[in-house]
Design a protein around this ligand. Structure first.
Ligand code: PMP
Length: 432
């Protein structure tokens, strides 16, 4: 594989072309194994950023895409429709929380978030309250890399700071207190409540990642917080947007993380695992009421229409993935993974440079006392036969649900070993 060409010319996520991080060449993948061009095989701990929940090259997904490709690989969605989109729409409405009835397909998670934000703002225009156009969110959140999505990412996280002066100014409350099982009290949401009380006339929606703040720190929080948030949104007439792009399709132990709290958002953003990681597809779902408000707005239509909207190949992959999900044993797999992650990562808690170990569903996290040397860590993981990509202070995994107990044991063993290595933390940080 011409890795030198890659290094010279191909931009990778969150990297610099003038000082690129090393990359590994992958030639094929199946189950939860990645095969490299040098003959090595790695156990995948990432599901390719939450997406490949059934593992790679699943026969049902491959067959669905092949069949669809032979029939209709793409056609514009403006003025035309097709079976692949209709089947997927039906399957999605069956699976998602009751009350969501309209589906807008897009091609990436960030765009699904843009769509949700635009829908929320336009809804209020339709209800004669055009002044309600701000978003309220919490610190520690991450919703994507496009402009509206950036405006609701944690402004202190340093990810999008260079554009801070250009993105819309939104409202931020403190992050929900960490801990899925932590007892909730009204104080935990007081700041958010105060902002709603004071500013609701200018707020279109609250946007939040339910239960798990992902790229902003891999922190779990209490379902009671989410329940209280839903109640506050109702009280102050503000829409609730749930960004389940990372948590959707079983990752936290429920089909959707909102189900931990038994709530339905007004808008729901899905992506990543929607196609089982096969192709890029995302969706924004909304209630009848939101759709009606947009219909009543001065524009009367929703002004968004990606060229590859409802791409049939992606829809076919998603339907096959949802079918596996609906009839499969993901719940048993995720609870087994949860138990094995807890057991496997337990030894990390005692390490001096580890500050926290946490697990929920099929997500396991080791939080370090300082910033991790990513290149060092990735090399150390590859040398142990696993693929894990730490960021910031976090070593974290969210493996495909088909990972075997033996493969997961190898993964957690490697995580504990790498967390213990001298040199894992960047030099300037002193471990506590
Ligand atoms: N929201 C959340 C919660 C995410 O985790 C991500 C992806 N990391 C996004 C939005 C953006 O999705 P995408 O990368 O597909 O644009």
């Amino acid at each position: 594989m011409d890795l030198e060409f890659d290094r010279q010319h191909l931009w990778h996520p969150y990297t610099s072309m003038t000082n690129p991080l090393p990359v590994l060449g992958v030639t094929s993948a199946s189950g939860c194994r990645l095969r490299l061009d040098d003959g090595r095989e790695l156990i995948d701990g990432t599901s390719s950023w939450w997406s490949a929940i059934h593992g790679y090259s699943h026969q049902a997904l491959v067959a669905a895409v092949q069949k669809q490709a032979a029939q209709l690989s793409h056609v514009m969605f403006g003025g035309l429709t097709h079976e692949a989109a209709i089947d997927l729409g039906k399957a999605l409405l069956k699976l998602t929380p009751a009350g969501l009835s309209r589906v807008f397909f897009a091609d990436s998670g960030s765009v699904a978030v843009e769509v949700a934000i635009k829908m929320a703002i336009q809804y209020w225009q339709g209800r004669g309250k055009a002044g309600k156009h701000k978003l309220l969110t919490v610190l520690g959140g991450y919703h994507g890399d496009t402009f509206a999505a950036m405006s609701v990412c944690d402004p202190n996280a340093g990810m999008h700071g260079m554009f801070g002066h250009l993105v819309a100014k939104q409202l931020f409350a403190s992050a929900p207190r960490a801990g899925f099982d932590r007892p909730f009290c009204d104080d935990d949401i007081r700041e958010l409540k105060t902002l709603l009380e004071r500013e609701h006339d200018s707020i279109a929606a609250v946007i939040i990642e339910p239960i798990l703040q992902g790229a902003g720190g891999l922190r779990f929080y209490s379902p009671d917080y989410l329940r209280a948030l839903r109640a506050l949104c109702d009280q102050y007439q503000v829409l609730l947007i749930a960004d389940e792009i990372a948590t959707g399709f079983g990752r936290t132990g429920k089909a959707f993380a909102c189900e931990h709290a038994g709530i339905t958002p007004d808008l729901l953003c899905l992506g990543k695992a929607l196609t089982g990681g096969m192709l890029s597809l995302a969706a924004t779902l909304c209630s009848d009421e939101v759709a009606a408000g947009i219909g009543d707005s001065p524009a009367g239509v929703f002004m968004h229409g990606p060229t590859f909207m409802a791409n049939p190949l992606a829809c076919a992959a998603a339907s096959a993935s949802l079918e596996l999900f609906a009839k499969g044993d993901w719940q048993a797999q995720v609870s087994r993974i949860e138990a094995e992650l807890k057991r496997g990562l337990d030894d990390a808690s005692a390490l001096p440079q580890v500050v926290d170990v946490r697990v929920l569903g099929a997500v396991g996290v080791i939080e370090m006392a300082g910033s991790i040397d990513t290149a060092f860590a990735m090399h150390a993981f590859a040398a142990r036969g696993v693929w894990v990509r730490p960021f910031g202070r976090l070593i974290y995994v969210m493996p495909p649900y088909c990972i075997s107990s033996a493969e997961l044991a190898a993964l957690t063993r490697a995580m504990v070993e790498v967390a213990a290595l001298d040199g894992i933390l960047k030099a300037e940080v002193t471990p506590s």
